[in-house]
Design a protein around this ligand. Structure first.
Ligand code: CP
Ligand code: NVA
Length: 308
C-alpha cells in the first residue's frame, strides 16, 4: 500500500503511470451511464472513508462516484461530526479508522493533520487538499492538458493570481512532468521557495513575473484559481481583490498567450473576479473536462494506492 500525499513526493514514473491508467479507464467506459460500474471491479469489497474538514463539491462527488464505479463503497465523514473535531488525536483516529476501512481520503486545513494521519494509518491515505497543496487536482489537470494538446513536457504553463495550494501542486508537477512554469502575481503571494527549488533542481524553468501580459507570452496553458482560499481569513478579501485585479484572466490576457493556449481553473470559480465569464465559457476553456477528469484521475490514484 502507498499513500498519495503530494506530487513531489510521488515517483514521476508512478505519476505518469496513473495518468495513463486514468486515460485507459476513461476511454474504456465509453458512453455508459455515469452510475454504471466498470467491467473490472478492483475495489470490490473495499470501504473508503472520505473525510471533509472543509466544503467540497468536486472532490466529494468524484471520489464517491469513482469508488462505486470500481465496485467499492464509501463513507463520507465530516470532521466536525467526528471525535476528531472534539479532541481525539489524529493518530488515534488514524489507528481506529484503519481497523474499519481500506483507504482514507482527507481534506483538511494544516498539512500536519494529513501527515500525522498517514504516519499512523495502516491503510493508504490520500490528500484531498490541505492549505498547502492539492495533488489530486493536478493529476486531473495534467491529464486534461494532454487529452487536448498532447504531451505537457516542454510546454509553458502560466499560473495567475495567488500562489496557493493548487498553484503549489502545479509547480511541483512542473518538475515531475518536465514543463516550464511561470507564476504571475504580486511578489508577496508567490509560491513557496521550497517548491520553486524542487522544480528548478529537476531542470525546468521556473519564472516569477509580476506583469501578467509579459508572463503569458508564449503560454500553452493559463491557469487561475480563487483569490481567497477556504483557509484564508475573510478579512484579507478586500486587500486580495485590490492586489489581484491586474491578474484577472480575461479575453485580452488570453489573446496575449499562444492562439491555441488552454485555460484551466480547478473550480469553484468566481466569475468576473479571477476569470471572466467570457473566458470560462470561451473556446480555449477546458474547465468542465478538467472537473470530469478528477473522477478518472483519482480512480487511478486509488488503484495505485491499493496496488489493485
Ligand atoms: N476543485 C476542487 O477541489 O473542488 P471542490 O472544492 O468542490 O472539491
Ligand atoms: N485554493 C482553493 C482551492 C479549492 C478547490 C481553496 O483552497 O479554497
Amino acid at each position: 500500500m502507498q499513500h498519495f500525499l503530494d506530487i513531489h513526493k510521488t515517483d514521476p514514473d508512478a505519476l505518469r503511470g496513473m495518468i495513463g491508467q486514468a486515460r485507459t479507464m476513461k476511454d474504456g467506459r465509453g458512453d455508459r451511464p455515469r452510475g454504471a460500474r466498470d467491467d473490472d471491479q478492483p475495489l470490490a469489497g473495499r470501504m473508503v472513508a472520505l473525510i471533509f474538514e472543509k466544503p467540497s463539491t468536486r472532490t466529494r462527488v468524484s471520489f464517491d462516484v469513482g469508488v462505486r464505479q470500481m465496485g467499492g463503497e464509501t463513507m463520507v465523514l465530516s470532521g466536525a461530526d467526528m471525535q476528531l473535531g472534539h479532541g481525539e488525536t489524529i493518530a488515534d483516529t488514524a489507528r481506529v479508522l484503519s481497523r474499519y476501512v481500506d483507504m482514507i481520503m482527507i481534506r483538511t486545513f494544516d498539512e500536519s493533520t494529513l501527515l500525522e494521519m498517514a504516519e499512523h494509518a495502516s491503510v493508504p491515505v490520500i490528500n484531498g487538499l490541505t492549505n498547502r497543496t492539492h495533488p489530486c487536482q493536478i493529476m486531473a489537470d495534467v491529464m486534461t492538458y494532454e487529452e487536448h494538446r498532447g504531451p505537457i513536457a516542454g510546454r509553458k504553463v502560466v499560473w495567475t493570481g495567488d500562489g496557493n495550494n493548487v498553484c503549489a501542486s502545479m509547480l511541483q508537477a512542473a518538475g515531475q512532468f518536465g514543463f516550464d512554469f511561470t507564476f504571475t502575481g504580486p511578489d508577496k503571494l508567490a509560491p513557496e521557495d521550497e517548491f520553486i527549488r524542487f522544480s528548478r533542481e529537476k531542470g525546468v524553468r521556473v519564472t516569477l513575473e509580476t506583469d501578467a501580459f509579459r508572463a503569458v507570452e508564449g503560454a500553452d496553458l493559463v491557469m487561475a484559481d480563487t483569490w481567497v482560499s477556504m483557509h484564508d481569513p475573510q478579512s484579507t478579501r478586500e486587500r486580495r481583490h485590490n492586489q489581484l485585479r491586474p491578474y484577472q484572466v480575461n479575453q485580452r490576457l488570453m489573446e496575449a498567450a499562444k492562439p491555441d493556449a488552454l485555460f484551466m481553473h480547478c473550480l469553484p470559480a468566481h466569475r468576473e473576479e479571477e476569470v471572466t465569464g467570457e473566458v470560462m465559457d470561451g473556446p480555449n476553456s477546458v474547465v468542465f473536462d478538467e472537473a470530469e477528469n478528477r473522477l478518472h484521475a483519482q480512480k487511478a490514484v486509488m488503484r495505485w494506492c491499493l496496488g489493485v
